[in-house]
Ligand binder design. Structure first.
Ligand code: ATP
Length: 289
Protein backbone atom coordinates (compact mmCIF):
# COMPACT_ATOMS: atom_id res chain seq x y z
CA UNK A 1 0.00 0.00 0.00
CA UNK A 2 1.76 3.13 -1.17
CA UNK A 3 1.90 6.15 -3.45
CA UNK A 4 4.58 5.59 -6.06
CA UNK A 5 6.07 8.26 -8.34
CA UNK A 6 7.75 6.56 -11.27
CA UNK A 7 10.00 8.95 -13.18
CA UNK A 8 7.49 11.81 -12.96
CA UNK A 9 8.09 15.09 -14.79
CA UNK A 10 5.59 17.95 -14.89
CA UNK A 11 5.75 20.97 -17.18
CA UNK A 12 3.38 23.94 -16.76
CA UNK A 13 2.11 25.50 -19.98
CA UNK A 14 4.13 23.36 -22.37
CA UNK A 15 4.74 24.76 -25.82
CA UNK A 16 4.19 28.36 -24.72
CA UNK A 17 6.75 31.05 -23.90
CA UNK A 18 5.80 30.50 -20.23
CA UNK A 19 6.73 26.83 -20.24
CA UNK A 20 8.20 25.76 -16.94
CA UNK A 21 9.27 22.31 -15.81
CA UNK A 22 8.39 22.26 -12.11
CA UNK A 23 9.40 18.72 -11.19
CA UNK A 24 11.71 16.41 -13.06
CA UNK A 25 12.32 12.66 -13.01
CA UNK A 26 10.85 12.13 -9.56
CA UNK A 27 11.12 8.60 -8.22
CA UNK A 28 9.77 8.16 -4.73
CA UNK A 29 7.62 5.72 -2.78
CA UNK A 30 5.44 6.93 0.07
CA UNK A 31 4.57 3.95 2.21
CA UNK A 32 1.36 3.63 4.15
CA UNK A 33 1.64 4.90 7.71
CA UNK A 34 4.63 7.18 7.14
CA UNK A 35 4.80 10.79 8.34
CA UNK A 36 6.76 12.55 5.63
CA UNK A 37 7.93 16.14 5.71
CA UNK A 38 8.70 17.92 2.44
CA UNK A 39 10.93 20.97 2.64
CA UNK A 40 12.57 23.11 0.00
CA UNK A 41 13.05 26.64 -1.20
CA UNK A 42 10.18 28.62 -2.77
CA UNK A 43 9.58 27.35 -6.28
CA UNK A 44 11.43 24.07 -5.73
CA UNK A 45 8.35 22.05 -6.75
CA UNK A 46 6.84 20.99 -3.41
CA UNK A 47 3.23 21.95 -4.21
CA UNK A 48 3.45 20.54 -7.72
CA UNK A 49 4.67 17.23 -6.31
CA UNK A 50 1.89 17.06 -3.73
CA UNK A 51 -0.85 17.96 -6.22
CA UNK A 52 0.01 14.82 -8.19
CA UNK A 53 -0.97 12.71 -5.22
CA UNK A 54 -4.73 13.02 -5.71
CA UNK A 55 -4.59 13.45 -9.46
CA UNK A 56 -5.25 17.19 -9.25
CA UNK A 57 -2.55 17.45 -11.88
CA UNK A 58 -1.32 14.55 -14.00
CA UNK A 59 2.30 13.94 -14.97
CA UNK A 60 3.57 15.26 -18.29
CA UNK A 61 5.59 12.05 -18.37
CA UNK A 62 5.96 9.17 -15.94
CA UNK A 63 3.32 7.65 -13.72
CA UNK A 64 1.80 8.10 -10.25
CA UNK A 65 0.10 5.07 -8.73
CA UNK A 66 -1.81 4.65 -5.49
CA UNK A 67 -1.99 1.13 -4.15
CA UNK A 68 -1.05 -0.04 -7.66
CA UNK A 69 -3.67 2.02 -9.54
CA UNK A 70 -2.55 4.53 -12.18
CA UNK A 71 -4.16 7.84 -11.20
CA UNK A 72 -4.29 9.01 -14.80
CA UNK A 73 -6.72 6.26 -15.74
CA UNK A 74 -10.35 7.15 -16.40
CA UNK A 75 -11.56 3.94 -14.75
CA UNK A 76 -13.76 4.13 -11.67
CA UNK A 77 -11.07 2.47 -9.56
CA UNK A 78 -8.74 5.40 -10.34
CA UNK A 79 -11.39 7.87 -9.17
CA UNK A 80 -11.74 5.89 -5.96
CA UNK A 81 -7.94 5.84 -5.54
CA UNK A 82 -7.74 9.61 -5.93
CA UNK A 83 -10.34 9.93 -3.18
CA UNK A 84 -8.08 8.02 -0.83
CA UNK A 85 -5.88 11.12 -0.65
CA UNK A 86 -7.21 14.06 1.35
CA UNK A 87 -5.65 17.37 0.39
CA UNK A 88 -5.39 20.40 2.68
CA UNK A 89 -4.21 23.48 0.81
CA UNK A 90 -2.70 26.64 2.22
CA UNK A 91 -5.36 28.75 3.97
CA UNK A 92 -8.03 26.01 3.68
CA UNK A 93 -10.48 28.16 5.66
CA UNK A 94 -10.95 30.21 2.48
CA UNK A 95 -12.91 27.24 1.18
CA UNK A 96 -15.47 27.28 4.02
CA UNK A 97 -18.84 28.37 2.72
CA UNK A 98 -21.73 26.73 4.58
CA UNK A 99 -23.83 28.40 7.28
CA UNK A 100 -22.88 26.06 10.10
CA UNK A 101 -19.80 24.11 11.05
CA UNK A 102 -21.82 20.90 10.83
CA UNK A 103 -22.91 21.60 7.26
CA UNK A 104 -19.40 22.46 6.20
CA UNK A 105 -17.88 19.26 7.54
CA UNK A 106 -20.81 17.16 6.26
CA UNK A 107 -20.53 18.56 2.75
CA UNK A 108 -17.92 16.04 1.51
CA UNK A 109 -19.55 12.88 2.91
CA UNK A 110 -22.96 14.01 1.58
CA UNK A 111 -21.40 14.61 -1.79
CA UNK A 112 -20.15 11.04 -1.75
CA UNK A 113 -23.78 10.00 -1.36
CA UNK A 114 -23.35 8.59 2.14
CA UNK A 115 -26.52 8.12 4.20
CA UNK A 116 -27.31 10.74 6.86
CA UNK A 117 -26.47 8.42 9.73
CA UNK A 118 -23.00 7.65 8.38
CA UNK A 119 -22.45 11.33 7.54
CA UNK A 120 -23.41 12.28 11.07
CA UNK A 121 -21.03 9.83 12.71
CA UNK A 122 -18.21 10.97 10.41
CA UNK A 123 -18.82 14.61 11.32
CA UNK A 124 -18.73 13.73 15.02
CA UNK A 125 -15.51 11.72 14.65
CA UNK A 126 -13.84 14.43 12.53
CA UNK A 127 -14.78 17.16 15.03
CA UNK A 128 -13.44 15.03 17.84
CA UNK A 129 -10.14 14.55 16.00
CA UNK A 130 -9.61 18.25 15.48
CA UNK A 131 -10.61 19.01 19.07
CA UNK A 132 -13.94 20.82 18.43
CA UNK A 133 -16.70 19.81 20.82
CA UNK A 134 -19.68 18.64 18.74
CA UNK A 135 -22.47 20.17 20.84
CA UNK A 136 -20.68 23.47 21.34
CA UNK A 137 -19.69 24.03 17.73
CA UNK A 138 -22.02 22.15 15.37
CA UNK A 139 -24.55 24.97 14.90
CA UNK A 140 -22.11 27.84 15.01
CA UNK A 141 -21.09 29.79 11.92
CA UNK A 142 -17.60 28.79 10.73
CA UNK A 143 -16.87 32.46 10.16
CA UNK A 144 -16.99 33.59 13.81
CA UNK A 145 -14.02 31.54 14.92
CA UNK A 146 -10.36 32.17 15.55
CA UNK A 147 -7.95 31.51 12.66
CA UNK A 148 -6.81 28.24 14.24
CA UNK A 149 -10.39 27.07 14.83
CA UNK A 150 -11.44 27.90 11.27
CA UNK A 151 -8.56 25.89 9.99
CA UNK A 152 -9.54 22.98 12.20
CA UNK A 153 -13.04 23.03 10.71
CA UNK A 154 -11.54 22.98 7.22
CA UNK A 155 -9.26 20.07 8.11
CA UNK A 156 -12.20 18.24 9.71
CA UNK A 157 -14.00 18.51 6.35
CA UNK A 158 -11.15 16.60 4.72
CA UNK A 159 -10.86 14.08 7.56
CA UNK A 160 -14.61 13.36 7.30
CA UNK A 161 -13.88 11.87 3.88
CA UNK A 162 -11.78 9.33 5.81
CA UNK A 163 -8.81 9.31 3.45
CA UNK A 164 -5.90 6.86 3.84
CA UNK A 165 -3.41 9.56 2.95
CA UNK A 166 -3.46 13.18 4.12
CA UNK A 167 -1.38 15.76 2.25
CA UNK A 168 -1.07 19.16 3.88
CA UNK A 169 0.53 22.13 2.12
CA UNK A 170 1.75 24.56 4.80
CA UNK A 171 -1.19 23.83 7.13
CA UNK A 172 0.00 26.27 9.80
CA UNK A 173 0.77 29.21 7.48
CA UNK A 174 -0.25 32.54 9.01
CA UNK A 175 -1.14 31.13 12.44
CA UNK A 176 0.36 32.32 15.70
CA UNK A 177 2.48 29.85 17.74
CA UNK A 178 -0.57 28.66 19.69
CA UNK A 179 -2.55 28.05 16.52
CA UNK A 180 0.43 26.20 15.00
CA UNK A 181 0.73 23.96 18.03
CA UNK A 182 -3.00 23.22 17.96
CA UNK A 183 -2.99 22.23 14.32
CA UNK A 184 0.12 20.08 14.55
CA UNK A 185 -1.08 18.50 17.80
CA UNK A 186 -4.28 17.38 16.04
CA UNK A 187 -2.43 16.06 13.00
CA UNK A 188 -0.03 14.05 15.15
CA UNK A 189 -2.94 12.66 17.19
CA UNK A 190 -4.75 11.63 14.02
CA UNK A 191 -1.62 9.97 12.67
CA UNK A 192 -0.98 8.06 15.87
CA UNK A 193 -4.57 6.95 16.39
CA UNK A 194 -5.54 5.99 12.87
CA UNK A 195 -2.19 5.27 11.22
CA UNK A 196 -3.11 7.68 8.42
CA UNK A 197 -0.19 8.49 6.12
CA UNK A 198 0.75 12.17 6.45
CA UNK A 199 2.60 14.21 3.85
CA UNK A 200 3.43 17.62 5.29
CA UNK A 201 4.83 20.43 3.15
CA UNK A 202 6.42 23.12 5.27
CA UNK A 203 8.94 25.92 5.17
CA UNK A 204 9.45 25.44 8.86
CA UNK A 205 12.28 23.00 9.49
CA UNK A 206 11.54 22.85 13.18
CA UNK A 207 8.04 21.53 12.50
CA UNK A 208 9.34 18.99 10.06
CA UNK A 209 12.07 17.82 12.42
CA UNK A 210 9.57 17.53 15.25
CA UNK A 211 6.93 15.53 13.51
CA UNK A 212 8.22 13.73 10.45
CA UNK A 213 9.86 10.33 10.50
CA UNK A 214 11.19 10.91 6.98
CA UNK A 215 12.16 14.12 5.22
CA UNK A 216 12.29 14.86 1.50
CA UNK A 217 14.25 17.93 0.42
CA UNK A 218 13.23 19.45 -2.92
CA UNK A 219 15.71 21.46 -4.93
CA UNK A 220 15.16 22.67 -8.50
CA UNK A 221 12.29 20.26 -9.12
CA UNK A 222 14.14 17.21 -7.85
CA UNK A 223 14.40 15.35 -4.58
CA UNK A 224 17.91 16.12 -3.46
CA UNK A 225 17.73 14.37 -0.08
CA UNK A 226 15.52 11.65 1.34
CA UNK A 227 16.12 10.32 4.84
CA UNK A 228 15.45 10.51 8.55
CA UNK A 229 15.40 13.95 10.18
CA UNK A 230 18.68 13.52 11.95
CA UNK A 231 20.52 12.47 8.80
CA UNK A 232 18.95 15.28 6.79
CA UNK A 233 19.61 18.05 9.28
CA UNK A 234 23.16 16.95 10.03
CA UNK A 235 24.89 15.13 7.21
CA UNK A 236 22.63 16.73 4.61
CA UNK A 237 23.49 20.21 5.80
CA UNK A 238 25.59 21.25 2.80
CA UNK A 239 22.86 20.23 0.40
CA UNK A 240 20.24 22.05 2.44
CA UNK A 241 22.30 25.19 2.25
CA UNK A 242 22.90 24.68 -1.47
CA UNK A 243 19.12 24.53 -1.78
CA UNK A 244 18.94 27.98 -0.16
CA UNK A 245 17.73 26.75 3.23
CA UNK A 246 19.30 28.19 6.36
CA UNK A 247 20.05 25.48 8.89
CA UNK A 248 21.02 26.24 12.48
CA UNK A 249 24.46 24.98 13.49
CA UNK A 250 24.00 21.33 14.19
CA UNK A 251 27.44 19.77 14.38
CA UNK A 252 27.39 20.13 18.13
CA UNK A 253 23.88 18.74 18.21
CA UNK A 254 24.81 15.61 16.31
CA UNK A 255 27.79 14.99 18.58
CA UNK A 256 25.53 15.50 21.56
CA UNK A 257 22.91 13.09 20.32
CA UNK A 258 25.56 10.51 19.50
CA UNK A 259 27.11 11.00 22.93
CA UNK A 260 23.70 10.34 24.47
CA UNK A 261 23.79 7.07 22.58
CA UNK A 262 20.49 7.79 20.88
CA UNK A 263 19.69 5.15 18.33
CA UNK A 264 19.60 7.01 15.04
CA UNK A 265 16.85 4.76 13.81
CA UNK A 266 14.47 5.56 16.66
CA UNK A 267 12.10 7.98 14.98
CA UNK A 268 10.41 9.46 18.04
CA UNK A 269 13.53 10.12 20.01
CA UNK A 270 15.46 11.30 17.02
CA UNK A 271 12.88 13.65 15.61
CA UNK A 272 11.96 15.09 18.98
CA UNK A 273 15.51 15.59 20.14
CA UNK A 274 16.55 17.19 16.91
CA UNK A 275 13.62 19.57 17.21
CA UNK A 276 14.25 20.68 20.74
CA UNK A 277 17.93 21.14 20.02
CA UNK A 278 17.14 23.19 16.93
CA UNK A 279 14.69 25.25 18.95
CA UNK A 280 17.33 25.82 21.59
CA UNK A 281 19.91 26.77 18.95
CA UNK A 282 17.51 29.29 17.41
CA UNK A 283 16.36 30.84 20.68
CA UNK A 284 19.79 30.88 22.29
CA UNK A 285 21.04 29.31 25.52
CA UNK A 286 18.83 31.51 27.76
CA UNK A 287 15.64 29.79 26.64
CA UNK A 288 17.16 26.43 25.94
CA UNK A 289 14.77 23.55 26.67
N1 ATP B 1 0.13 27.42 -12.32
C1 ATP B 1 1.41 27.57 -12.68
N2 ATP B 1 1.73 28.02 -13.92
C2 ATP B 1 3.02 28.16 -14.29
N3 ATP B 1 4.09 27.89 -13.51
C3 ATP B 1 3.83 27.47 -12.27
C4 ATP B 1 2.49 27.28 -11.78
N4 ATP B 1 2.55 26.85 -10.51
C5 ATP B 1 3.86 26.75 -10.20
N5 ATP B 1 4.62 27.12 -11.26
C6 ATP B 1 6.09 27.13 -11.30
O1 ATP B 1 6.57 25.81 -11.03
C7 ATP B 1 7.70 25.86 -10.15
C8 ATP B 1 7.41 25.04 -8.90
O2 ATP B 1 6.33 25.66 -8.20
P1 ATP B 1 5.70 25.03 -6.87
O3 ATP B 1 4.55 25.91 -6.49
O4 ATP B 1 5.45 23.60 -7.06
O5 ATP B 1 6.90 25.24 -5.85
P2 ATP B 1 6.88 25.25 -4.24
O6 ATP B 1 8.15 24.63 -3.82
O7 ATP B 1 5.62 24.64 -3.76
O8 ATP B 1 6.90 26.80 -3.94
P3 ATP B 1 6.32 27.59 -2.63
O9 ATP B 1 7.14 27.15 -1.48
O10 ATP B 1 6.53 29.01 -2.98
O11 ATP B 1 4.86 27.22 -2.50
C9 ATP B 1 7.97 27.33 -9.86
O12 ATP B 1 8.95 27.78 -10.74
C10 ATP B 1 6.65 28.00 -10.19
O13 ATP B 1 6.87 29.32 -10.65
Amino acid sequence: MSIIFDNVTYTYMPGTPYQRTAIQNINVTIRKGEFIGIIGHTGSGKSTLVQHMNGLIAPTSGQVTIDGIDLKSKAKEARDARRRVGMVFQYPEHQLFEETIYQDIAFGPKNLGLPDEETDSRVRRAMDFVGLDYETFKDRSPFNLSGGQMRRVAIAGVIALEPDYLALDEPAAGLDPRGRDEIFGQIVKLHEKTGITVILVSHNMEDVARFASRVLVMNGGQISLDGQPLEIFSTGRQELEAAGLAVPPLTALVDKLKAKGLPLSNRHLTAHDVASEIAAAIRGPKHAE
